[in-house]
Design a protein around this ligand. Structure first.
Ligand code: BGC
Length: 739
């Protein structure tokens, strides 16, 4: 956070400003509109250039002096174009509006500054999580900030701190996965990288944590669906990543579009005011999601009209309302305050928070940035960091016949829906919302096919697309070509999608893509399955038919090259799954579950059989774990701690990185304990033959869970500690805890 003295100065300026503001000016500060609302044309028009509509511009920027703007102009702008847009807006807001308040621009730069032409596009969050390397997340966030700021975009609607409970939910790709600890560590790293404890600095951006709260737990696995989350689970699984990120200094929080237990988050005063602003002492801006106050009427049916909805949402604690299309809500707020239906102190709280973020971002003094001060956008250095991040994300899930790395002198067939597309590697939020448009693709980037051709020479590579996402295109040709080669690389994948368009009814990998693998397997040639997808899709039937499986997630712009480099051994894979990969759609559980959840048909307790476990991932080398020691076997009292250490040795033939994972299990507890719980991890690098001792500390508090009264408690008794790099082969020891 900023030094106290400066903060006090800013707080004073806020008070002075607030005292000058009319009620309408205050209400306007609470509005976030979409950029197209002040441009010529219809909101969703695709444009070539942003032409301001003079009347609308005057109304929103000068007369109302709205608090905030989001969204793109309807085309991909580069830093210079963003500068032109932001300079026009900020100059008018500052010089021509009555109070001269700059505008807070927020945008979804989700995996890199994806809405700025020339930026690097990193792997999506799920892939960052798969690196199990917070330093890479921090670095990617830092570069994203720099590249966003090159375009004068100071506030990023990222990271996503949701704990994703179902792989059906398409936005699992935008999350750090299913585990609260991994989500927390990665979210915090992202916050550090973006804000660098100083958002007034020209290269840093403020974050906006999303989506508060329970967004990743829609009961039916669909986006924005109702979640059923009892308070005990809310506090155990969903709240900690937000709580930790707020402690780390996160300056914005976006409210979740869904309802929890039937109560829309946008009108949930308990969540927003009592928990977020009260318990967690959050001092930043709470923004609604897109049109979500209106959706209290249209979708949730918990408000009868916009007035009712606004009253509920503002009284619940919302500060900034993303109502993209118009300013109706401003007059509604004024009316509600005048009729004493919203207290003025609530409005003052909201406006103070919005103004505070503007001061912290230094927008009053530096409202936009000169792109020429940001020469490193899209630089070789940034590209290299992007490559490194994607390299560590790739997760090797099978290599039974040790078919990988491939021999460069052999012939390869490259086939499948994701084989020859940049868009499928990048996924959604890539230059456009859904990322399906090829118009903005950077042709210097390689698809998987192109990267393989470059690596081993085009004459050694056969190609046939085989299928589209859902249809057979030319599987026959693929089979024919397969007969000519030594290896088959099948790249299956998903259509780029997010939010509602990412909803699916079946978790199975589309049948036609599975059929392609089945047909190819009849050739008897070794098959390497490369999965380019935002979530795990069921592949039980084809898994036994292939020799190797690579999970590439949505690896971003360097994905093609990185996948090829994994295939040919230039990269030794070190990613681990950040979610449980299900084998059956009717048998999905997170790795943490209750014993009763896994009771099988014979009344035994063997009902958890995922395709691959959370934390699983292979390497081209081997790691041997030994000398597992615990400094003492009993923790006594609340402030006690013990040290765990283990030696890891690279016993294989290639240098590599290993993630050392630490889990605990409470053996008996008043609330049925989870199967296990991740409490620590470290990624280490080991040269061939080298070994390293890895140490962890466990405190008494680290053994706690949320009890029946919804409070964190530690209970006496026995705990198991598991350590290792492969969830199927962990080393185990027991400890005790006494009060
Ligand atoms: C999404 C948010 C996003 C917002 C602004 C919404 O539809 O749910 O994640 O930040 O739009 O673009």
């Amino acid at each position: 956070m900023e030094p106290v003295a400066e903060e006090t100065q800013a707080e004073k300026r806020i008070k002075v400003l607030l005292a000058k503001m009319t009620l309408k000016e205050k209400a306007s500060q609470m509005l976030n509109i979409g950029l197209p609302t002040i441009l010529k044309g219809d909101y969703w028009d695709e444009r070539d250039s942003a032409v301001f509509d003079v009347k609308k511009f005057k109304k929103y920027i000068i007369d109302l002096n709205v608090g905030s703007i989001h969204n793109t102009p309807g085309y991909l702008a580069d830093s210079k174009e963003w500068y032109r847009i932001l300079k026009t807006i900020q100059d008018a807001a500052i010089k021509k509006s009555r109070l001269g308040i700059p505008i807070l621009y927020g945008i979804d730069n989700i995996h890199g500054a994806n809405y700025v032409a020339g930026s690097v596009m990193f792997p999506h969050q799920i892939a960052l999580a798969a690196t199990w390397n917070p330093e890479l997340t921090e670095m990617s966030a830092n570069i994203t900030s720099y590249e966003s700021k090159s375009a004068s975009l100071p506030w990023n609607f990222n990271p996503n701190a949701d704990v994703a409970m179902s792989p059906l939910w398409g936005r699992i790709s935008e999350s750090f996965g299913e585990d609260p600890h991994l989500v927390s560590e990665m979210t915090n790293a992202y916050v550090r990288g973006s804000q660098q404890n100083d958002v007034g600095n020209v290269s840093n951006t403020a974050v906006c944590l999303k989506h508060f709260l329970g967004y990743g737990a829609g009961r039916n696995g669909k986006d924005r669906a109702n979640a059923i989350i009892p308070e005990i689970n809310l506090r155990q699984y969903f709240l900690p990543p937000f709580e930790n990120a707020i402690k780390e200094g996160a300056m914005g929080v976006m409210i979740s579009s869904n309802a929890v237990n039937g109560v829309p988050c946008h009108s949930n005063r308990y969540y927003i005011t009592d928990i977020l602003k009260g318990e967690l002492r959050f001092k930043g801006v709470v923004i609604s999601d897109f049109s979500d106050v209106e959706f209290l009427v249209e979708a949730h049916q918990t408000a009868k009209d916009l007035r009712d909805a606004t009253k509920q949402a503002v009284n619940a604690g919302l500060d900034l309302i993303m109502n993209p299309f118009d300013a109706k809500i401003v007059d509604v707020i004024v009316d509600l305050v005048e009729k004493n239906e919203i207290p003025i102190h609530r409005i003052d709280d909201a406006v103070t928070r919005v103004l505070r973020l503007k001061f912290q971002l230094n927008l009053f003094d530096v409202p936009y940035n000169n792109p020429s001060d940001f020469p490193k956008i899209g630089s070789e250095k940034h590209i290299a960091e992007n490559y490194k991040t994607a390299s560590e994300a790739i997760t090797l899930l099978k290599n039974t016949t040790v078919v990988l790395p491939l021999n460069k002198k052999k012939k390869v067939l490259v086939t499948g829906y994701a084989a020859n597309s940049i868009n499928r590697l990048n996924g959604a939020w890539s230059r456009t919302f859904l990322g399906r448009d090829t118009l903005y693709n950077d042709h210097s980037k390689l698809t998987i096919l192109e990267a393989i051709q470059k690596e081993i020479g085009s004459s050694n590579v056969e190609f046939a697309e085989g299928t589209s996402y859902l249809d057979d295109i030319n599987t026959k040709l693929a089979i024919k070509k397969a007969k000519k080669v030594d290896y088959i690389v099948v790249c299956v994948g998903e259509i780029p999608a997010t939010e509602k368009p990412s909803d699916i009814n079946e978790l199975d990998l589309p049948k036609v893509q599975q059929e392609l693998v089945k047909k190819l397997s009849k050739t008897g040639k070794p098959i390497i399955l490369v999965m380019v997808q935002g979530r795990p899709r069921i592949m039980r039937e084809i898994e036994p038919l292939v020799d190797a499986v690579i999970m590439a997630y949505l690896p971003g712009q360097e994905g093609g090259k990185v996948i090829s480099d994994v295939l040919f051994g230039k990269i030794n894979p070190s990613g681990k799954l950040p979610y449980t990969y299900p084998k059956y759609s009717g048998n999905y559980l997170t790795y943490y579950h209750k014993k009763t959840d896994i009771r099988d048909v014979n009344w035994g307790f063997d009902g958890f059989y995922p395709q691959y476990e959370f934390g699983y991932g292979l390497s081209y080398t081997n790691f041997k774990y030994s000398k597992f020691t615990i400094s003492k076997d009993t923790l006594k009292g609340h402030d006690d701690a013990l040290e765990i250490s283990v030696q890891v040795k690279n016993t294989g033939k290639m240098d590599g990185k290993e993630v050392v994972e630490l889990f605990i299990k409470d053996m008996v507890a008043s609330v049925s304990p989870d199967s296990k719980k991740l409490v620590g991890f470290q990624k280490i690098k080991l040269k061939v033959g080298a070994s390293k001792t890895v140490k962890f500390r466990i405190t008494s508090k680290g053994l706690s869970f949320v009890g029946m009264d919804n409070k964190w408690i530690v209970e006496e008794g026995e705990f198991e500690i598991y350590i290792g790099g492969n969830p199927l082969k962990m080393k185990k020891k027991k400890i005790q805890y006494h009060h």
